[in-house]
Design a protein around this ligand. Structure first.
Ligand code: SF4
Ligand code: SF3
Length: 562
């Protein structure tokens, strides 16, 4: 196996025997095969789209398939077998529709061949490779095929093009994850799907130069912007705009269920199914901001928050006296102490773990919660505030602008992104500790758990620590920056705002590409830089976007605040 898609990749270069995340070589191989098959599907879907032939099932599938291969989503090799088959089935269905449309029409065939990268006079209709490959009959065969179709290790290939190609693939994984979340809430876009297929199909092309790949990388950022906009519309359309909300960190006596991941729809279904049963629902990790949504917090048994970020789950989950539901990333290998009470749903998987299927019948969790009895008594562990998404922050925009103009607020810091296990990540906590008292910290995603329960006080009633939401809410943070720039009549880059970001998985790659595609400069990124970014690509980013690795909180604060 070879995988270097996330920040914790072995030795900062690549996992080769087993993933640091726990992904074994067999699962890595079938994931690679799924990406290979999905590229073939997108190659055909892109050609079909140019002829006006679309297939919503194929669009949705590409989102789900790529999301399944995101870091810490699905470690169960068996689950990838039907996915590979489905990719090929959808591909062949689109092919036969194209065949029908182009029957006897040489002109149309010429266009189709061009779209899939063939010469007009080619004797074949679709190129060899993922557009024509046939999957093996079983998992073992697919693992063998997967080993042949991982990240191409071609010493002749241009390092920088290889780097940008992988960047596009990882950015697309993140964008597809957001598009999948959005589609679950009824928000889809032809514009996004067309870009998704075009970009994925482009990763098979050999005729593109460095400049083309730089452009495709920016296009990927823009596609992700669209996906995040759809998701924002889905979340706020269905559950209302988050409002500032106090969330208890303690416990309420009685049966309890803990929900982790990012999926609001799963949480809503669980809240409905547990109504009136005496069970309290707790969030974990990235589900914390759900407490701010009016249509979720209306449930009286949606109680509080348990634990911190994903990398602490093996310690934390064993202390939780009830079942745990993983709705999306990040799952870690369940420890023996809680392996019989962790459940997966949606695209998440761990071998041997009970999976709640598409019917979303959470009865096994409810029965488990009642059987276990939950917390023996009420405990008070303080609280945190959530719900400072774009609507809440922009609702007090006049006040914010006034505070800046009067010199009460000197600077805003967006300290956000993923958390992870590396010791270097303590930078983010230290940074927030050292932010001067006349500065405000906006945060989002699971990196906030390094400092989410700190009392930073307020500036004339405006809290100094504002939780914008999940990584899924990066659109909201961008909208806040854009609106502030309008209020100050300047560019976003001219605002007294600095972004100090942490990355781990591919949603963060997608968000970073979006920020770059919007022309945002001077981002500080850590704790380490992506292994898949070549030296020349990094130099390009530094020269054109002033992107820099984090150094120490002291030095970075000094550089930013002058
Ligand atoms: Fe390694 Fe990350 Fe890939 Fe897991 S996802 S195998 S940790 S690079
Ligand atoms: Fe975290 Fe996995 Fe990225 Fe949603 S939960 S931000 S790492």
């Amino acid at each position: 196996m070879f995988c270097f898609q996330c920040e914790q990749t072995a030795h900062g270069t690549g996992c080769t025997k087993k993933g640091v995340c726990g992904k074994d070589a067999d699962t890595a191989a079938v994931q690679d095969l799924l990406i290979y098959a999905t590229k073939g599907l997108s190659q055909v879907a892109h050609a079909a789209r140019e002829q006006g032939i679309t297939d919503n099932a194929a669009d949705r599938f590409v989102c789900e398939g790529t999301f399944s291969t995101l870091t810490n989503v699905n470690f169960d090799a068996e689950r990838f077998v039907p996915l590979v088959r489905r990719a090929v089935e959808l591909r062949d269905d689109l092919k036969s529709r194209l065949n029908q449309a182009a029957e006897g029409d040489a002109g149309l065939w010429a266009k189709i061949k061009k779209a899939v990268g063939l010469a007009e006079d080619s004797a074949i209709s679709f190129p060899e490779g993922p557009a024509t490959f046939q999957p093996a009959a079983d998992l073992e065969g697919m693992i063998r095929q997967g080993h042949e179709h991982g990240i191409p290790d071609d010493p002749e290939a241009n390092e920088d093009i290889k780097s940008l190609k992988e960047t596009v693939i990882y950015g697309l994984k993140g964008a597809c994850a957001y598009a999948d979340h959005a589609a679950i809430l009824g928000q889809e876009s032809e514009v996004f799907y067309a870009e998704m297929h075009r970009l994925l199909a482009a990763t098979l092309r050999q005729d593109l130069g460095l400049e083309d790949w730089v452009q495709l990388t920016m296009d990927c950022g823009q596609a992700n912007m669209k996906a995040m906009e759809l998701l924002d519309a889905g979340n706020t359309g269905k559950y209302g705009h988050p409002t500032p909300t106090e969330v208890p960190l303690g416990a309420k006596k009685g049966p309890a269920i803990c929900v982790s991941g990012h999926d609001l729809h799963d949480l809503e279904l669980l809240l409905k199914q547990t109504e009136g049963q005496g069970i309290q629902i707790y969030t974990h990790g990235e589900m914390l901001p759900c407490h701010g949504y009016p249509e979720l917090k209306k449930y009286p048994h949606f109680y509080g928050h348990f634990g911190t970020a994903w990398q602490n789950q093996q310690q934390e989950f064993k202390e939780f006296p009830g079942p745990i539901l993983m709705t999306t990333n990040c799952i870690q290998k369940p420890r023996e102490e809680y392996a019989d009470r962790i459940y997966t749903t949606g695209l998440v998987g761990w071998p041997g773990t009970t999976h709640i299927g598409a019917d979303k019948d959470f009865t096994p969790l409810i029965e488990k919660a009642l059987e276990m009895g939950g917390f023996p008594e009420d405990t008070d562990n303080g609280s945190v505030m959530v719900g400072f998404a774009r609507n809440a922050v922009l609702g007090v925009a006049d006040k914010v602008v006034d505070l800046v103009k009067r010199g009460k607020i000197r600077h805003f810091f967006l300290v956000g992104g993923c958390d992870g296990a590396k010791p270097g990540r303590s930078y983010y906590e230290d940074f927030v500790d050292q932010v001067p008292e006349d500065c405000v910290v906006l945060t989002l995603a699971c990196g906030k758990f390094r400092f989410f329960d700190k009392d930073l006080g307020s500036i004339e009633g405006l809290p100094r620590l504002l939780d914008v939401g999940q990584c899924n809410d990066a659109f909201s943070a961008i909208q806040i920056a854009v609106a502030l720039a309008q209020a100050f009549d300047c560019e976003v880059n001219e605002l007294p705002l600095s972004m100090v970001l942490s990355w781990y998985e591919q949603k963060a790659v997608a968000i970073l590409l979006t920020l770059l595609s919007l022309g945002i400069k001077d981002i500080r990124l850590g704790p380490t830089l992506p292994a898949f970014v070549s030296e020349n690509v990094l130099n390009y980013l530094v020269e054109n976007f002033d992107i820099k690795p984090i150094s120490t909180p002291e030095e970075d604060l000094k550089a930013i605040l002058g």
